[in-house]
Design a protein around this ligand. Structure first.
Ligand SMILES: CCCCCCCC/C=C\CCCCCCCCCCCCCC(=O)SCCNC(=O)CCNC(=O)[C@H](O)C(C)(C)COP(=O)(O)OP(=O)(O)OC[C@H]1O[C@@H](n2cnc3c(N)ncnc32)[C@H](O)[C@@H]1OP(=O)(O)O
Ligand SMILES: Cc1cc2nc3c(=O)[nH]c(=O)nc-3n(C[C@H](O)[C@H](O)[C@H](O)COP(=O)(O)OP(=O)(O)OC[C@H]3O[C@@H](n4cnc5c(N)ncnc54)[C@H](O)[C@@H]3O)c2cc1C
Length: 659
């Protein structure tokens, strides 16, 4: 009986795939970016999936200690394979992605190395990077403290220059100055880039980066004056608990002067502070780099959740048969489609805007090399804003996918609880999303204030230059409605701020509206980049049409969700809003036959998906059934604790009932 049922489900996905109206292999290329990218990703995904060390199906059942040891083992094994197979950086990064377990290597490669590259002098890079590249040292990024994270200028750790010994003295003067949160710090790192207030000649010059050794390279014990450990268990089972986020205190720890990262400013042998001719915001460069990579990661996490929910929705049937005929696949319910397809469209939207952001970041970096700082503000606004909007949307979407999978979505074996738990801190780390959106809002306000002086906005703000037209027109074209909404919201905020007694007070009072204006501006960027993508030459039967549909779904869904903004700013009429919603329903009907193939195009292995509900073969029920028996609770038929707690209780009740 069970076998027959399973076969029917498998056929179901095959039928879905056969119904697709486009070339899935070509869509894989559009998603990955090139044939080469598909091939490398495929090879790395299979390499990981076939290696028993990278097993992860038991992860949520491991104790914290076992999970951490498992992470160390996987990281060491991954490194061994990278070296043995002489993998390129591209291959190694993909291998890391498919291992799919947060660990100290992320901060080592993702922040420690980039901090030295971005803020170290050539000499410092020559000294430290080879050690880091060969893993002769392990580094982390120690910025956040117990008392301050968002407000970087409020950090309290001090680095006081001692001209007598040509050293900096690193110290944690208060409890709240303890470094708190850095990943990899708790147990793995030997070194850190530590952010501290530089004090020389009695003057505080604010926050600067320093390379500090924390643990012995002989036996890993903390160096004198260094107190450190893990900050404790985090949200969910498995998930981010594989990471050793740490606490660190310094008691007058001395480091040589040349371990201050000196590309942006220097302290001379005599203790004189010298500022280079580069903008001091480059101190935040590592965060900009990671924020752009977090946008690319949003599309990965979102596409995984959507892949699980779409495949399962094609398998799952409820209701619909009064006469013994077939029941309805839940994917056919209009409500399921209206909740799920916008998320599918968002996964594609975030993928393409992530690619564009990566291009922008590379372009800005090349400009910085020739001392052209003109696009620094654009890079900051786009990375901060896109990081905030895409991570918030993705976290919400993963939870929505869990609900879309009904009760089974709540099981660890669905993969969704762990995906949510591991993903949700992305809304906080690398800049709290609200704090980042307020940065975007500040830049928007600056741009609006410059419009009257005739300064033409550039890059993603260029549309604001069409202020005369956009403030007056009724918008027939979709992008124009998005432009008008964003500009009018920004201008409204600027006008309201202008009425306050001072700018800062006005900004503070209007900050909830400013957040919404920032979101409107960022959503315009996402829609614009999706439209630009579908205007490109995209090969493959039906691929362009599918992307065009998804682009329309993303734009119209965003419009529908934020209709209040569009109406309040007069960017659309209520009639246009109603028509957009009508149109959306029609688009869902076009997505429906292609939904399973559209998630197949992500090309994820079952290992990477880590979900019994999202299996490629659709064999969900036998897998769910089998998975349950693997739980440690089922190792014995009678549970541990029976003799201590259940039996006496039951006996007591028996005695009482006999009385
Ligand atoms: C063969 C090779 C083998 C290779 C093997 C490879 C293997 C691969 C393995 C692994 C790779 C994995 C890679 C994984 C990636 C990494 C994963 C990371 C996981 C996440 C970890 C999380 C880490 C953290 O959280 S670190 C801490 C982050 N903290 C924050 O984000 C703090 C947020 N706060 C701030 O950024 C700031 O305080 C602020 C911006 C909110 C305010 O700063 P402020 O007070 O100094 O500034 P103002 O508001 O006054 O602004 C002044 C001025 O500056 C401008 N500004 C501000 N920020 C920036 C910026 N970033 N860039 C440019 N400009 C900036 C601002 O606009 C103002 O401008 P004005 O013109 O108005 O003056
Ligand atoms: C899993 C994880 C990993 C991390 N890894 C690292 C790491 O490797 N290295 C490192 O240095 N740090 C790390 N962090 C720290 C992280 O960067 C900070 O937690 C983050 O920047 C947020 O800062 P906060 O904790 O100070 O939040 P807070 O700023 O205290 O936020 C609390 C609340 O206050 C609000 N708020 C704050 N300021 C404002 C404002 N100006 N206006 C309006 N609202 C405001 C926020 O929106 C939020 O709702 C990590 C954090 C996590 C969760």
């Amino acid at each position: 009986m069970a076998v027959d049922h399973a076969a029917a489900e498998v056929d179901h996905l095959a039928a879905e795939r056969a119904a697709a109206r486009f070339d899935v292999e070509a869509m894989k290329i559009a998603w990955a970016g090139s044939r080469h990218a598909v091939d490398v990703a495929d090879r790395m995904a299979r390499l990981v999936a076939s290696d028993p060390v990278f097993r992860k199906d038991n992860r949520t059942m491991l104790s914290r200690k076992d999970l951490f040891k498992d992470t160390l083992r996987k990281a060491a094994h991954a490194w061994k394979r990278i070296v043995e197979l002489r993998l390129t950086e591209e291959e190694a990064s993909l291998l890391r992605q498919y291992v799919d377990q947060p660990g100290y290597v992320d901060l080592h490669w993702g922040m420690f190395v980039p901090a030295i590259k971005g803020q170290g002098t050539e000499e410092q890079q020559k000294k430290w990077l080879p050690l880091a590249y060969k893993f002769q040292i392990i580094g982390c990024y120690a910025q956040t403290e117990l008392g301050h994270g968002s407000n970087v200028q409020g950090l309290e750790t001090t680095a006081t220059f001692d001209p007598m010994t040509d050293e900096f003295v690193i110290h944690s003067p208060t409890l709240t100055s303890s470094k708190w949160w850095p990943g990899g710090l708790g147990k793995a790192s030997t070194h850190a880039v530590v952010y501290a207030r530089l004090i020389t000649e009695g003057k505080d010059y604010g926050i600067h980066g320093f390379i500090v050794q924390l643990r012995s390279l002989e036996d890993h014990s903390p160096l004198p004056g260094v107190t450190l450990g893990d900050i404790g268990g985090k949200f969910g089972s498995g998930a981010y608990n594989s990471m050793d986020n740490g606490v660190l205190r310094f008691d007058h720890v001395r480091i040589p002067r040349d371990q201050m990262l000196m590309r942006l400013s220097q302290v001379t042998r005599e203790g004189k502070y010298v500022q280079s001719d580069v903008p001091k915001q480059l101190l935040y460069g590592t965060m900009v780099y990671v924020r752009q990579s977090i946008v690319a990661d949003a599309s990965k996490a979102l596409s995984r959740a959507v892949c699980i929910a779409v495949r399962y929705s094609a398998i799952r049937k409820q209701f619909g048969s009064q006469d013994g005929g077939p029941e309805t696949q839940v994917l056919n319910y209009r409500t399921q489609q209206s909740r799920l397809f916008p998320l599918l469209a968002s996964a594609y939207a975030f993928r393409f805007v992530g690619d564009w952001l990566n291009w922008l970041y590379t372009d800005v970096t090349q400009k910085l090399e020739v001392k052209d700082y003109s696009t620094l503000q654009e890079a900051h606004a786009c990375t901060a804003g896109l990081k905030a909007v895409t991570t918030s949307a993705t976290a919400d979407a993963i939870e929505e996918c869990r609900k879309l999978c009904g009760g089974h979505g709540y099981l660890n074996s669905s993969g969704l609880p762990e995906l949510f738990a591991v993903y949700v801190p992305a809304c906080t780390y690398e800049g709290d999303n609200v704090v980042l959106l307020l940065q975007v809002a500040r830049i928007l306000m600056k741009t609006v204030s410059q419009l009257t002086s005739g300064k033409q906005p550039v890059g993603t703000m260029a549309y604001m230059g069409k202020v005369q037209h956009l403030m007056q027109s009724k918008c027939a074209v979709k992008t124009e409605a998005f432009e008008a909404r964003a500009l009018r919201m920004a201008v409204n905020c600027a006008q309201n701020i202008g009425q306050a007694s001072n700018q800062e007070e006005g900004f503070y009072e209007r900050s909830p509206d400013l957040l919404e204006a920032a979101v409107a501006h960022i959503q315009l960027i996402i829609v614009t980049k999706f439209i630009e993508k579908v205007h490109q030459d995209i090969p493959g039967h039906g691929v362009k049409e599918q992307l065009q549909n998804l682009c329309n779904v993303y734009a119209l869904y965003t419009l529908h969700k934020h209709l209040g903004d569009f109406l309040a700013t007069g960017s659309l009429t209520p009639k246009q809003g109603a028509l957009a919603n009508e149109q959306l329903g029609k688009l869902y009907a076009q997505v429906r036959p292609n939904a399973v193939a559209l998630v197949d195009a992500f090309n994820y292995t079952d290992h990477y998906l880590g979900s019994v509900l999202g299996r490629y073969d659709g064999n969900v029920y036998p897998a769910l059934y089998e998975e349950a028996w693997k739980d440690p609770l089922n190792e014995t038929v009678v549970p541990e604790g029976y003799h201590e707690y259940l039996r006496p209780l039951l006996k007591q009740q028996l005695k009482l009932s006999r009385l």
